[in-house]
Design a protein around this ligand. Structure first.
Ligand SMILES: NC(=O)c1ccc[n+]([C@@H]2O[C@H](COP(=O)([O-])OP(=O)(O)OC[C@H]3O[C@@H](n4cnc5c(N)ncnc54)[C@H](OP(=O)(O)O)[C@@H]3O)[C@@H](O)[C@H]2O)c1
Length: 473
């Protein structure tokens, strides 16, 4: 069986990919930027650079495929409804043309009547993919709140309960949902390729029914904390979104779309999970939280919502070279004589997260807080792994744009800033060259850069010195 996996860099896709590689599945990936696929995977699987809007690449990717996974959405774009529609249509038409036998799609749980705009688009995608049952079979799995290390829902719940002993929340915390562990989602997706069933199927998945308030209280217990939650009917969507933005890693726009979805119940509408997948016994909510915490503690987080593809604008290959157009920069060079380049590389790759920013971490904290106030992600996202980085990983309010082992790390700023900014660490000619690039947007961009210059002077100069000092130890 030849399997095509799309969205292989996404939160779900990365985990499914790992599963397939372990099973030695004949696997092909369709990705927009092959650099985001690690070397090991590149060697063992067929990686095709493409996009669902590029029909030639789709035709190539779907050729000879038996089962095609559709784990794609366009929520990062303003016109996501049209893009989602077109993307699903292109995928369906091309899959039929290439004689694919089965499409497997993971969408959201919920009913059309009360769905948020985002969920409606997910439902529409499922309807399009399922619209030609005479030509191709579609298995449409629908999940609500997914709990796993690095999942949006888990990260929000964790940050809220870790930071706020007493919470005054909107009344929607009493809405019913049916959460599910990410490992169970992966099991449903995995078993779907082998399912002995020929017709279209909609499979709603979830464990026990519970309110968001119950989820937060159970998660507190799993974390060994006591929390008090008081729902208040007066909190508006806007206010709640600011609140979520300030106390959790999600930026304002993500918080707002999540809060909009909280008012409607997301519970399963059919019994197909039990009927067709009796071997899967979904974990309880508390066990999924415990398993997510364990993965975090063991530094075994496979994917996070904020990594490449995870709602923060995708990593275009040509974007990597855009920094060369920067008109403003701060460059620091220091000799690495007597230190092996791999040590220097490891040191600068440990940047951010719980290690901080080498020097003046408090200044970075203030910058992170300002970013939060402006609706950005702030520093709360941290990093997936304390020592290893992958292209596409988020590091606080930066994203890894390029990595060349023992040579280079290029970070792209995802903070709210009037322009585009990059931070590069490069080992060249026996020196560590650290460059902050800035492509200002209009007069405000320039004003920002010049206002920040005195702060940058200390931060960047001391940063390069500290990296060398740390590397010598
Ligand atoms: N995560 C959840 O909590 C959750 C809950 C319920 C349902 N779901 C559903 O699960 C599915 C996967 O979600 P996710 O959370 O894994 O998403 P995600 O982390 O945001 O990743 C989305 C993936 O889609 C790829 N992509 C987007 N547009 C594309 C295009 N036009 N052509 C090719 N690739 C494209 C992205 O590629 P790049 O890497 O190139 O950006 C990325 O890998 C979605 O249908 C979602 O509705 C997710």
């Amino acid at each position: 069986m030849k399997v095509l996996l799309t969205g292989a860099n996404g939160y779900i896709g990365r985990r499914l990919k790992k599963h397939f590689i372990a099973q030695n599945i004949d696997l092909r990936l369709l990705v927009r930027n092959p650099k985001t696929i690690d070397n090991y995977s590149q060697k063992n699987i067929d990686v095709i650079k493409g996009d669902t809007f590029d029909i030639d690449s789709l035709e190539y990717a779907l050729e000879g495929v038996d089962v095609a996974y559709y784990l794609i959405h366009s929520l990062e774009s303003e016109n996501y409804k049209e893009l989602d529609r077109q993307s699903a249509k292109n995928f369906l038409d091309t899959a039929i043309k290439q004689h694919v036998k089965r499409i497997i799609y993971l969408g959201g749980l919920g009913v059309k009547e009360s769905a948020s705009a985002h969920l409606l688009s997910r439902i529409e995608t499922g309807e399009i993919l399922s619209s030609r049952p005479e030509d191709i079979q579609t298995i449409w799995i629908r999940a609500g709140v997914i709990i796993g290390s690095g999942s949006t829902s888990f990260e929000i719940i964790r940050h809220l309960i870790e930071k706020l002993p007493i919470m005054v929340t909107p009344k929607w915390v009493n809405t019913l949902a049916q959460p599910i562990a990410v490992d169970d989602v992966i099991d449903y997706l995995n078993y779907s390729k082998d399912l002995d069933h020929q017709k279209n199927l909609i499979v709603d998945i979830g464990s026990q029914k519970m309110t968001y308030k119950e989820m937060m209280l159970e998660a507190s217990e799993a974390l060994g904390l006591h929390r008090w939650i008081f729902p208040l009917p007066i909190l508006t969507i806007k206010l709640s979104s600011y609140w979520l933005n300030l106390f959790t890693p999600v930026p304002y726009n993500v918080a707002k779309s999540l809060i909009e979805g909280l008012s409607s119940e997301v519970v399963i509408q059919n019994n197909n999970a039990k009927k067709y997948y009796p071997q899967i016994k979904p974990k309880s909510f508390k066990d999924s939280v415990k398993s997510a915490i364990r993965q975090m503690e063991e530094n075994q987080v496979i994917s996070r919502w904020s990594d490449a593809g995870g709602g923060h604008g995708h990593l275009e290959e040509n974007h990597i070279n855009e920094f060369a157009k920067s008109v403003l920069m701060d460059r620091q060079k220091l000799s690495i004589a007597g230190i092996s380049p791999d040590i220097v590389y490891k040191t600068f790759c440990s940047i951010g997260g719980k290690h901080g920013w080498f020097r003046y971490s408090w200044l970075w904290e203030i910058r992170g807080f300002i970013d939060k106030l402006l609706g950005g992600a702030g520093l709360n996202r941290g990093r997936r792994d304390n020592s290893v980085l992958r292209v596409g990983d988020s590091v606080d309010f930066w994203r890894v744009e390029d990595l060349v082992v023992n040579e280079r790390l290029l970070l792209y700023a995802q903070m709210k800033v009037p322009g585009k900014a990059w931070l590069e660490f490069l080992i060249k000619d026996g020196k560590l060259v650290q460059t902050a690039y800035f492509l200002p947007r209009g007069i405000w961009g320039r004003l920002y850069w010049y206002t920040m210059m005195p702060i940058h002077f200390f931060i960047f100069r001391d940063m390069v010195h500290t990296i060398i000092e740390k590397s010598r130890k």
